[in-house]
Write a protein of this length. Structure first.
Length: 146
């Protein structure tokens, strides 16, 4: 089965001191051992870069460009990178109109649009509630991956 990996999983995986670090790492490792196909959207990588390079005082990790580049390289070895295209735009537009999505949740709708475009049924995320409104996909908490 194919899974999209949400940005919050990527961020926790590179933050060893975070309480959710082991849960994020174990979930990804379990899926890889099972032979599952794991993907991220370009959006996930941009969000990762944003948080990684943002100063610690502004709720970021404070990584240098070189450190962020190194982490991106590691992620690229484990996940297929999916781009957006005209079909994902059409899917996104339909989602935001149908579900009345506004504000910051438009980013979640973009991920769902990519999932629908690439026929990915599940997203691994700590934020299950962000995806409940969307039919045809399942949000999976890392804790439920065994």
């Amino acid at each position: 089965m194919r899974f999209l990996i949400d940005t919050n999983i990527l961020l926790r995986a590179v933050q060893p001191s975070h309480p959710m670090h082991l849960l994020a790492v174990r979930a990804v490792e379990t899926l890889l051992v099972r032979g599952e196909s794991l993907a991220v959207a370009v959006q996930n990588m941009a969000e990762f870069w944003n948080a990684a390079t943002r100063p610690v005082g502004q709720n970021g990790f404070g990584f240098t460009i070189e450190e962020a580049q190194e982490e991106l390289g590691r992620l690229e070895r484990y996940f297929q990178i999916l781009s957006e295209n005209a079909a994902s735009y059409v899917a996104w537009k339909k989602l935001v109109i149908t579900h009345g999505v506004s504000g910051v949740q438009v980013h979640d709708a973009r991920l769902v649009a990519v999932m629908k475009t690439y026929a990915i049924p599940q997203i691994v995320t700590f934020n299950i509630a962000d995806f409940v409104r969307f039919s045809g996909i399942e949000a999976v908490h890392p804790q439920s991956i065994k």
